[in-house]
Design a binder for this molecule. Sequence first.
Ligand code: DUC
Ligand code: ZN
Ligand code: ZN
Length: 467
Amino acid sequence: MSTRTLIRGGLVVTAADEVHADVLVDDGRIAALAAHGTTVAEGWTADRVIDATGKYVLPGGVDAHTHMELPFGGTFASDTFETGTRAAAWGGTTTIVDFAVQTRGRALREGLDAWYAKADGKCAIDYAFHMILSDVNESSLKEMDLLVEEGVTSFKLFMAYPGVFYSDDGQILRAMQRSASNGGLIMMHAENGIAIDVLVEQALARGETDPRYHGEVRKVLLEAEATHRAIQLARVAGAPLYVVHVSAEEAVAELAAARDKGLPVFGETCPQYLFLSTDNLAEPDFEGAKYVCSTPLRPREHQAALWRGLRTDDLQVVSTDHCPFCFTGQKDLGRGDFSKIPNGLPGVENRMDLLHQAVVDGHISRRRWIDIACAAPARMFGLYPKKGTIAPGADADVVVYDPHAVQTISADTHHMNVDYSAYEGRTVTGQVETVLSRGEVVVDRRTWTGRAGHGLYTPRSTCQYLN
Ligand code: DUC
Ligand code: ZN
Ligand code: ZN
């Protein structure tokens, strides 16, 4: 028997509209919206009523870039699909798109099946996959077509990490040509990894081993150069391009120039680049290791360009690149050699709140918040309007958000399986109160009511900005 839930009295905010409306949820989907006070006249009945008076009613967040259990640098990202998706839900995110990984010399199929198995029956919220291509060859190129058919419609390539994930320009061009014909979207890690590895070696030889040197060798110019090169390769291939974790002003300028030419080029940034900086990487006593990720944190002057890019739509999406490693036992693999610090930051639980703080601070509007965190990632990766909005027929992934609650972010209270918070002690205004995933309440007035296995694998269509 289906459960009907009425979410009453709130301000419904989507990327397109803000309306004072009651929301009726039936059988896991949004059934209807009606002006406050009209639902009785409309004859709406419900098994459960959620009072959202004075609150926002938002589509659940879509985090299009997470790495649960990613093997990296001799260890594994510390959140499993179970802990990571639970933490996501606590933070108002109801869909993640994680990255399945192809092992070098092995088939895409094998990697994808391994990720299906890791996530199966574990997730608290819905999930989908991108595929990391670590070995572009005739056989993996053919497999790309099958994956697109199957609902894995985006492929991450790396211009960084030689010997691990790296693809050369010829491999990148071939993968882009393939995506131009099969409808897939290439996601690019744009950093010149060959040049970076030279600078890493030289820095270590000079005795520069602290975490802050991670930021110094991974130069802005090497992000900008790779971004430019990726755009030109995509133009040659006639393929669309999505650049992940953009951190440098000069890289945003490359994206803006491409978009001004009308090219199908898209960009993502992450909360860590908007709220943190090289000041964090320079924290003493190896604390800077907590902030080692790639692309790296930049001097704080870059933040203004990222916010501007989000306002002008030169950047479309904010994802987390959630890839947590504990400070004790994982990050400290790189004591005495910054290049051995596992790369990645936790953040899947913090994204919606940090971006709401950006609304409070005047960087973005309320509707833009929902666009970059919910609607645009859903459209970019073929999940809209099932995900990313509140409209009749959409999945009832809904967040009741208290815009006035004040909270202090801390590892003591977060739900991610990691022993530190990148935002420790930061006070933000706004907090998730209640979360529904396909109509099921998973967070009820800040009490956990979800369960591992509720979340379903969600195949995706192709990028919806292209047709
Ligand atoms: N960057 C990170 O910080 N972690 C995982 C992979 C990546 O590209
Ligand atoms: Zn990357
Ligand atoms: Zn990543």
